[in-house]
Design a protein around this ligand. Structure first.
Ligand code: NAD
Length: 348
């Protein structure tokens, strides 16, 4: 269940007052500690003891070492199965906090309070938790629903512009895969800022929730949310392994450009539509230099994608603006062509 919080966080306080928890653990990173925790604590009304768990920010921290530290701290602080974990942060915190909570003592309850655009519209919703392994994205994780998601869009006021844009990539994706009107509304935005984007947040959250609701374990329609992520994740992983970090949304934008072109090459959308989509995405996102990445390394990562079956790469591709098909197995030639098309467009 998703709730947009009022100024006084009354819905969160009501949630806490209706339940009994032995202790509340609030997981933050350095930035959400500084910018979001004071707002949360200033509004929280509870008698239950609160402990703050802080990790360094960034994707590099979303790994087994950090998860292990968190399990150890929970153990040292004698967290029992009636403890509540509150994940206050972006997608790294909601993914990792959800993973730690859903595995500690075989699972304690957790809630997500997302603080980035990407986590409000996407990562906090849908019950996928996880950590990266050997530079492969989200290789270890669980399907586990938070008790509730409480979104407070005012947290976006302190979010750096680059991070806001990263979340916008997932919003564009929601429009492209499921709702042409949402896409049309979003591409009318000239400048990306928290105030301009806010009116469209609810629609993006609802699209994500509805898709997930129809297929929690990603057997069919949920796979459409991976549009742009097959190639995007491969490039994000390669960047992670070389220490040349890019934001998740930047990788998704890159992946959507390649996969929109791939949709055209596979005969699913017209050239005109694919070019229109690419032109709009490129208005908001800079091209990434992928010229140093070897094709075999990209293909090795594509072959390791979690959506694959029978050693075939499964793509989710567009068959219209606002419509997506999944389990599309493309020819190697077309995948290569889409990567080369991107390289040519990027001009690197
Ligand atoms: P993030 O969690 O790293 O947050 C981005 C940065 O913003 C961090 O430095 C953070 O400290 C800072 N920050 C967060 N909130 C802030 C605020 N209100 N003010 C100032 N600074 C703030 O990254 P993200 O983009 O939110 O999430 C990316 C992660 O989400 C990736 O690991 C990705 O794999 C995951 N993801 C998961 C799902 C899912 O379904 N589980 C879906 C999409 C993405």
């Amino acid at each position: 269940m998703i709730t947009i919080l009022d100024q006084d966080f009354s819905q969160l306080n009501q949630f806490l007052s209706e339940r009994t928890f032995s202790k509340i653990f609030i997981l933050v990173d350095e930035n959400t500690h500084e910018y979001c925790l004071p707002i949360l604590l200033g509004n929280l009304e509870t008698e239950t003891a609160i402990e703050i768990l802080e990790v360094e920010p960034g994707e590099e921290m979303k790994n087994i070492q950090t998860a292990n530290q968190l399990w150890e701290i929970l153990t040292e602080m004698q967290a029992d199965r009636k403890a509540l974990m509150i994940n206050l942060g972006g997608g790294v915190i909601t993914d990792m906090g959800g993973f730690v909570a859903s595995t500690y003592k075989r699972g304690i309850q957790f809630i997500n309070i997302p603080t980035t655009l990407l986590s409000i519209c996407d990562a906090s919703i849908g019950g996928k938790t996880g950590i990266d392994l050997m530079n492969y994205k989200n290789m270890v994780g669980t399907f586990a629903f938070p008790e509730q998601i409480f979104a407070y869009p005012r947290f976006l006021d302190t979010l750096p512009a680059k991070e806001l844009k990263s979340g916008f990539a997932e919003m564009l994706k929601h429009g492209l895969i499921a709702d042409k009107k949402h896409w049309d509304d979003l591409i009318l935005l000239q400048h990306l800022d928290a105030v301009g984007i806010e009116p469209y947040i609810k629609q993006s959250m609802e699209i994500k929730q509805e898709v997930v609701h129809g297929d929690f374990h990603e057997k069919n329609v949920r796979k459409t949310l991976n549009f742009g992520h097959t190639i995007g994740h491969a490039i994000e992983s390669l960047c992670l392994s070389t220490g040349n970090l890019i934001l998740h949304g930047e990788a998704v934008a890159m992946g959507m450009i390649c996969e929109a072109h791939l949709s055209y090459l596979e005969g699913l959308i017209s050239e005109e539509d694919s070019e229109l989509i690419i032109e709009q995405i490129a208005r908001y996102f800079c091209y990434i230099d992928i010229t140093d990445f070897k094709e075999e390394d990209i293909f090795s990562l594509l072959l390791n994608d979690k959506k694959n079956a029978d050693a075939k790469i499964n793509f989710s591709l567009l068959n219209g603006i606002g419509s997506c098909v999944f389990d599309q197995q493309c020819t190697t030639e077309n995948i290569q062509k889409s990567l080369n098309y991107y390289k040519k467009l990027s001009g690197f």
